[in-house]
Design a binder for this molecule. Structure first.
Ligand SMILES: NC(=O)C1=CN([C@@H]2O[C@H](COP(=O)(O)OP(=O)(O)OC[C@H]3O[C@@H](n4cnc5c(N)ncnc54)[C@H](OP(=O)(O)O)[C@@H]3O)[C@@H](O)[C@H]2O)C=CC1
Ligand SMILES: O=C(O)[C@@H]1CCC=N1
Length: 290
């Protein structure tokens, strides 16, 4: 069977699931090759069926029926339960992919005994427009064919990179959460534009065009961000004045700290599906804390 005939079941029908569905449909996957379920929100399933033509069902067995790839798109806190619910309905040849922050392959394997084809993925919401960057890591037991199928799926919604699992907390902090950092920057730029009296529509067009243009420069010139920044910054000019304020207010250090904190949070979230050892309850409580 060709990879373009891949059948997918999504467990979880939230924001990340919808971005993947939208990207796959845009890439030409048949809507009926995609099945989705969630925990209890029937209206949400109806919405996705209506919007994309995908199959939906409340019953997990029905959604998993015939799926070659199962994408676990639930919150880390819900992953243990969700894995236990799908386990009885999986054939051994099915590839199971988790997109959850923090959840480790070893923890998935413990909840899915006898399931060799396990993959961890960290996409981002730009999969909606087929512009995601997705990091992938396969369990040692995953067959090359199963991994290729999973990789093909994520290649349909952007670009993929294979990394060791030890890099996943960092990847999650950088590119999984990363879009939010950019949006925060744009929010602040728009507030400043409003302070300066620019009409909202004009400001949005200019700010969005600026971010997209800067991203394209990063992608296509091959120049470093530092060099590109230098090209904008005339001595004693307007940019230099702005950058001086950002440095004085420790913006670069704040971003570094934020990305580090996100990576640490990813590591904390691993405790949600950690071993049921003596420290489990405490680790779980701590991870759920914030
Ligand atoms: N949002 C993002 O930008 C990114 C998210 N991720 C990861 O994707 C995962 C999902 O995040 P997101 O989409 O934002 O979360 P949402 O809260 O939007 O969606 C979570 C979904 O999981 C469903 N769910 C929970 N428990 C079960 C269960 N036992 N069986 C079936 N469905 C269940 C919920 O159903 P119901 O509504 O009925 O309770 C809901 O549809 C997370 O693990 C996150 O780390 C990864 C990269 C980026
Ligand atoms: O905020 C989160 O935990 C998820 C993972 C990466 C992006 N969103």
């Amino acid at each position: 069977m060709a990879q373009s005939d891949t059948t997918v079941a999504l467990i979880g029908a939230g924001k990340m699931a919808e971005c993947l569905i939208a990207g796959w449909i845009e890439a030409g996957l048949a809507p009926q090759a995609i099945a989705v379920t969630n925990r209890r929100n029937d209206q949400r399933l109806a919405e996705l069926a209506d919007r994309y033509g995908v199959r939906t069902a409340r019953d997990k067995a029905a959604v998993l029926q015939g799926a070659q790839v199962v994408v676990m798109a639930v919150k880390p806190v819900d992953m243990a339960t969700a894995l236990e619910q799908v386990a009885p309905h999986l054939g051994a040849e099915v590839a199971v992919v988790s997109v959850a922050a923090g959840i480790r392959l070893e923890a998935m394997a413990r909840r899915l005994p006898g399931q060799p084809h396990l993959v961890r993925a960290m996409p981002n919401t730009a999969s909606r427009l087929r512009q995601a960057v997705t990091a992938l890591c396969a369990a040692p037991t995953c067959s090359p064919a199963a991994f290729d199928r999973v990789r093909w799926l994520f290649d349909q919604v952007g670009t993929t990179v294979e990394v060791g699992e030890e890099a996943f907390d960092a990847v999650t902090a950088l590119s999984g959460s990363g879009p939010a950092y950019v949006y925060l920057l744009v929010e602040a730029m728009l507030e400043a534009a409003r302070d300066l009296g620019l009409p909202d529509g004009v400001a949005r067009d200019l700010a969005v065009g600026t971010v997209v243009g800067a991203g394209s420069m990063l992608r296509h010139t091959g120049l470093s961000p530092a060099e590109l920044r230098r090209q904008v910054t005339s001595p004693n000019g307007t940019t230099a004045a702005a950058i001086a304020v950002l440095e004085e207010m420790a913006m670069p250090a704040a971003v570094r700290r934020a990305v580090n904190r996100a990576a640490a949070r990813s590591a904390e979230l691993a405790a949600l599906v950690a071993d049921d050892g003596p420290d489990h309850a405490r680790a779980r409580a701590a991870a759920m804390g914030s």
